[in-house]
Design a protein around this ligand. Structure first.
Ligand code: GDP
Length: 299
């Protein structure tokens, strides 16, 4: 996770830089707590988590001198407590062959990239993944998925431009069943500006693949871009209304993202966070480790 730590150094600076200012000078009084709360909110942890952390400090340390180190440790522990229940690796149930994963998320979130990274993880595990280019309306998206398929060394099922995505998904699942693929990853469109159309498109994909496997999809995962801050939180709400979400993958935690958004997501929705994206390369997908992440976040 050294890359994650490096990647998070900027968000960490956001929180701990403030802490230094607040605590080296004075006791843990009302003003100091208020400042700390503002900093936690500014770091995207969300008001609920910030309030709870402050309450904890108030009940145990109020009026006392505290060191930076103590504040950091307490913060890391509190954050880890929020993150631990959601830090769950994505387990493939091998009883399903193929195990069907529907990947959803807005354009630009890193969905296609994450599909490629996951395929590579499965290949390394000795499994046979197959990819379905479900965003049939964007030629660039299809091409991009083909490139990822080459990198990961797996088959990509595509269809001519403007084919019904549900029909493509059906063909892909049928092919995956025939060839004995272990995992089918279905990439989908992310045109959120027409929510109703997107919802219908996703639901139709699900309806149609269930004709071949009534238990599919076995996981519906939402990819979120951490650099979009609170928008990421909003997107979970929107996609939850469209489909049954089973888990999240948070990308771009290597960039200027405030990693605090991950804490807000965990607190608000409690959905499993299966992995985090830490770069544009195929190997830049990390399991989500609550304790490591919390430590990296507070620096
Ligand atoms: P999609 O529209 O959701 O399928 O998004 P893409 O997979 O096309 O990704 C959009 C952009 O984000 C591309 O330039 C990717 O290289 C980049 N990207 C995806 N994941 C990550 C990540 O974890 N870190 C960084 N820095 N960039 C990423």
């Amino acid at each position: 996770f050294s890359r994650l730590k490096t990647g998070l150094s900027r968000s960490a600076a956001k929180i701990t830089g403030g802490i230094t200012g607040v605590f080296t000078k004075r006791k843990l009084d009302d003003e100091a707590l208020e400042e700390l709360e503002d900093q936690l909110i500014a770091a995207d942890l969300g008001p609920a988590v910030a309030a709870r952390i402050i309450k904890g400090f108030r009940s145990t340390r109020f009026g006392k001198e505290v060191t930076d180190e103590e504040v950091r440790e307490t913060l890391a522990a509190e954050i880890a407590e929020v993150l631990t229940p959601v830090a769950t690796p994505l387990e493939l149930d091998r009883a399903h062959k193929p195990y069907v994963i529907l990947m959803v998320g807005v354009n630009g979130a890193g969905k296609t990239t994450t599909v490629g990274k996951l395929a590579s993880v499965y290949r390394e595990q000795g499994l046979t993944p197959m990819l379905a280019a479900g965003d049939t309306f964007r030629a660039a998206a299809v091409e991009q998925l083909q490139v990822w398929g080459q990198r990961a060394g797996c088959e990509v099922v595509t269809a001519p431009a403007n084919t019904d995505p549900a029909s493509l998904a059906h063909d892909a699942l049928s092919r995956a069943q025939k060839t004995g693929a272990d995992v089918l990853l279905i990439d989908t469109a992310g045109r959120l500006h027409n929510k109703t159309a997107l919802m219908e498109e996703l639901r139709k994909i699900i309806r149609v693949i269930r004709k071949l496997d009534p238990t599919a999809p076995h996981a519906t995962l939402l990819t979120l871009d951490a650099t979009t801050g609170q928008n990421a939180v909003t997107q979970v709400g929107i996609f939850k209304e469209m489909v049954d979400l089973n888990g999240l993958i948070v990308t771009k935690l290597d960039g200027s993202a405030r990693g605090g958004i991950v804490v807000a997501l965990a607190e608000k929705y409690g959905l499993p966070i299966h992995a985090v994206g830490t770069g544009e390369q195929i190997a830049d997908l990390r399991p989500f480790d609550a304790t490591e992440f919390a430590k990296a976040l507070v620096g």
